[in-house]
Design a binder for this molecule. Structure first.
Ligand code: SF4
Length: 361
């Protein structure tokens, strides 16, 4: 699919923009002041395929730890900062390869401009100007005021105004994010901004909820935009582990074929009254035993011969269930009949035999 043309922005050694593949990022959920715990989590995320990590920097203790985190991190580190430009300046000093701010909540405008100038002097440092619909509306104390007009238009115009301010200070390495309170308003804001600027976009659905809800909202919101060529780096946010955020992000990119499948892809049917084997148990076991196998392969596990042979034709290894047995397929060709109790072993053995053929699609 054609990507929206953007400038290219660097965060450490990762490029963000239409000239680079869409990247996946996540945010650590440890206390940033705890260097060991935070680095351990970053390493786990990197292992899963995460490319950029973000750490909340709410106070001095966190910013003091940032230098060691950046030094030990296998991923570029973005400092997430609110309210205080001095923390943003300190994050630059600590070597952070990116800083995420919401200019709307920075109290000191002169200090904010000093931060823009300092960031503009550092190669490989990007600044994400991230706004959300809640933060651009007026507030009375802790209460957000109602807004009458078009919220997407307000978000986009405010964000571009912030960007103009940053550009006037010489900062061009800018990525923007525009998060509405729900999926439709988020999509509307990004679509609107897409025609008005060439900044790369960080996509995400804010406060998306617990894992199941987040995965649905993110797949729809992020997926819709990516399918239109909009979006350059993504973060699935969820009330849950960052590992799941990364897995979900990668799955979205793989589903849209924006990233090559890592590991074994399992295709399976929903089962119905025609199924005469325990397909759920079989799929679970095959998935568990093939998890982490460094091999690109597609495995179809189907309940019966209605759709089994069709999926087998598209898969490297496949099984189509019968009455207490299954037909085993390799590259669409029927190999043999296998008793139901031996199906998992047979599928796993055939997949393992594929290993030398690393160039499979
Ligand atoms: S493949 Fe067979 S068992 Fe599975 S859903 Fe289709 S008809 Fe039902």
């Amino acid at each position: 699919m054609a990507r929206r043309a953007t400038r290219t922005v660097r965060v450490g050694d990762i490029a963000i923009g239409s000239g680079a593949p869409v990247s996946v990022q996540s945010m650590t959920k440890t206390h940033t002041a705890d260097v060991d715990e935070t680095l351990a989590q970053i390493c786990e995320l990197a292992e899963l395929g995460c490319q950029i990590t973000r750490c909340a920097v709410p106070n001095r203790a966190a910013v003091q730890s940032l230098r060691d985190i950046v030094a030990g991190s296998p991923l570029p580190v973005v400092a997430d900062i609110h309210f205080d430009h001095r923390l943003a300046l300190a994050a630059l000093e600590a070597g952070a390869q990116g800083v995420r701010i919401n200019p709307g909540n920075m109290k000191d405008r002169v200090g904010l401009r000093a931060f823009y100038r300092a960031a503009s002097q550092r190669a490989g440092v990007k600044v994400r100007i991230g706004v959300n619909s809640g933060s651009i509306r007026g507030r009375k104390g802790l209460e957000v005021c109602e807004h009458e007009g078009d919220l997407a238009e307000l978000m986009v115009s405010e964000t571009l105004e912030y960007c103009r301010d940053a550009e006037e200070q010489g900062l061009h390495n800018i990525v923007i994010s525009l998060k509405g309170s729900d999926v439709p308003s988020t999509i509307a804001a990004y679509r609107l901004a897409a025609g008005r600027c060439d900044y790369p976009f960080h996509l995400g659905i804010t406060a998306a909820g617990p894992p199941a809800a987040s995965i649905i909202k993110s797949a729809i919101g992020i997926g819709t935009l990516l399918a239109e060529g909009i979006g350059d780096t993504i973060r699935v946010s969820m009330t849950g582990s960052p590992h799941e955020e990364v897995r979900a992000g990668l799955a979205i990119l793989e589903a849209l074929e924006l990233r090559q499948q890592r590991g074994v892809e399992i295709i399976s049917c929903p089962t119905c009254a025609r199924c005469e084997i325990d397909l759920c148990e079989l799929v679970e076991e095959v998935e568990r035993r093939l998890d982490g196998l460094p091999l690109k392969a597609r495995v179809a596990v189907m309940g019966c011969v209605v759709n089994g042979p069709g999926e087998a034709a598209e898969a490297d290894v496949a099984v189509a269930g019968g009455r207490e047995f299954g037909y085993l397929f390799l590259d669409g060709r029927k190999l043999r009949k296998v008793p139901a109790a031996e199906l998992a072993d047979a599928v796993v053995a055939e997949v393992r035999r594929l290993q030398p053929r690393e160039d499979r699609a």
